[in-house]
Every structure is written in C-alpha cells, then in structure tokens.
Design a binder for this molecule. Structure first.
Ligand code: NDP
Length: 256
C-alpha cells in the first residue's frame, strides 16, 4: 500500500511547474489529488490524465485567485468532487503552491495595483483557503506552504514578491503553533530557482546560467521534482514530528 493511500490532497497551481510535479508525486504516493488551476483548464486536465495513466486518482478544480469569491469557487468544486469520489468532504493535505510575480516588485517601479494583486494571490488566497480547509481537516492533517529562497537572499527586483513569501513564512510558523493541538502540521518549503520551462532568460544565457549554478552548493538549478520530493516527505507520516519548519530547497544557494 502506498504511503498516502486513502488520503485526499489539494495542490494549488498544479496545472504546471512545481505544483504539477507535487500533484503527480502525491498521486503516485496514493492520494486522491485535486489539481487546482487558475486559468489553464487544458493544462490541468492534462495533468489529471497523466496521473490517471500512471494509475493514480485526480480531478481538476478551477478558481482564479485574487478576485472576489476565489476561495468559495475553489471550495465549491473541491467539495463536489470529493463528495462524489471519496464519499465525504475530508481534506488531509493542502499544498499552497499557486503564486505570481517571481520577477517583479522593485521599489521604484511597482504600482499600487501590482502590489495589491501580488498580495491578493500569494497571501490572501492561501490564508482564506486554509481558513476554509481547517474545518474539514482532521488529526494527521498536513499543510505545506510554498515560499521562496528570496526570503533569505535579498533580490531588490523582486521586493514585493519576496514580501509576500515572507508573509507565507510567518503564516506557516504561527499557524503551526495554533493547530498543532489538533495533530495538524504546517510547514514551509522554500525553493530556489527551478526549471519549470519558464526560465529561458537564464538557460539561454550561458554566462548567467554558469554563475547561477556556481552560486548553488549543488552546482545546478532545481527541477520541479526536487521540490515535489521534499513536499512528499513533509506530508507523509515520516514527518509527523516536524511542524513550523522552513525547509530550504534551494540546492544550497549562496551558502557562503
Ligand atoms: P508557475 O508560474 O509555473 O505556475 C503557477 C501556477 O499557479 C499555475 O498552475 C497557475 O495556474 C497558478 N496560478 C497563477 N496565478 C494564479 C491565480 N491568479 N489564481 C489561481 N492560480 C494561479 O509557478 P512555479 O511552478 O514556477 O512556482 C510554484 C511555486 O513555487 C510558487 O509559489 C512560486 O512562488 C514558488 N517558487 C518558484 C520558483 C521557481 O524558480 N520556479 C523559485 C522559488 C519559489 P494557471 O496557469 O492555470 O493560471
């Protein structure tokens, strides 16, 4: 029996990138996975199809974050599907992965609208998603919030985005202390630069790529599976004694 057999999981932003890899890994470990997407239903359905072809169970659920009713929309789809497929609305694992704005947020160029949007998607949505999820999460529940190595490494061009990830770090640690009494763990994973198919600006520049790789102790950029594997650990029973932890998954970026 796989380690997550009988468990249900919601992975936000699972239509592509790191979220897709997390969804695929949790499904391979036996969980019934809700593959959340913001706008790209086709990519989410492809992810679901790949999971099913590999023998796993998944369904897609769409909701654009940062707009009124975003969490209600997500939960309506989640509850309908869990009721139908699992016979009850119980969520064991929540991975808050969806986010925007990795390369934006400098102090001199960011507008109020951009600032509000990045906080609405990256902070407000996961906060209220957790608020909705906790009542249907029981003993052994797992929440993993995806942050960023930017919270340790100062990148002025990504200031507003980094601030949202700093908020995620606080959310995880403080919430862990509040819900631990219910047997629920809350942890943070902070990826470094990860090749999700969108870093052509880096991969196509040999000098910049070499400098980036050299800055990491493990001498390469990350792959989505590198992040999915540590999330799989944190949601497993093996991590039952780990909560309020920030796991740096940057390959040892700028260790000194
Ligand atoms: P991608 O940009 O590849 O994917 C983002 C996912 O989030 C997509 O599934 C997208 O759905 C969803 N999403 C985006 N905006 C919204 C929105 N407004 N409402 C709902 N869903 C939305 O992300 P990555 O895989 O690169 O990053 C995943 C996580 O890892 C993020 O939290 C990111 O901050 C963090 N991270 C990534 C790093 C990297 O180098 N890739 C480095 C450090 C941290 P759709 O396409 O359907 O709209």
């Amino acid at each position: 029996m796989a380690v997550l057999t009988g468990k249900t999981a919601l992975v936000t932003g699972a239509s592509r990138g790191i979220g897709r890899a997390i969804a695929q890994r949790l499904a391979a470990d036996g969980a019934l996975v809700a593959v959340h997407y913001g706008s790209d239903e086709g990519a989410a359905l492809k992810c679901v199809a790949e999971i099913e072809e590999a023998g796993g169970r998944a369904f897609a659920v769409g909701a654009e974050f940062g707009v009124d009713g975003d969490v209600d929309t997500l939960f309506a789809g989640l509850e309908a599907n869990l009721g139908e497929r699992a016979g009850q609305v119980r969520l064991d694992i929540l991975v808050n992965n969806a986010a925007i704005g990795g390369r934006h947020g400098a102090i001199d160029t960011t507008t109020r609208a951009e600032f509000d949007r990045v906080f609405a998607v990256n902070v407000r949505a996961p906060f209220f998603l957790i608020q909705r999820a906790l009542p249907v999460m029981g003993e052994g529940g797992r929440i993993v919030n995806i942050s960023s190595g930017d919270t340790r490494i100062a990148l002025a061009g990504e200031l507003a985005y980094s601030m949202t990830k700093g908020a995620i770090n606080i959310l995880s640690r403080t919430l862990a202390n509040a819900v631990g009494v219910r047997g629920i763990t809350v942890n943070t994973v902070a990826p470094g630069i990860t090749d999700t198919g969108k870093i052509g600006w880096l991969l196509d520049d040999p000098r910049m790529l070499a400098a980036t790789e050299a800055a990491a102790a493990l001498d390469r950029v990350g792959q989505p599976g590198d992040i999915a594997d540590v999330v799989a650990f944190l949601v497993s029973d093996d991590a039952r004694w780990v909560t309020g932890h920030l796991l740096d998954a940057t390959g040892g970026m700028f260790l000194g």
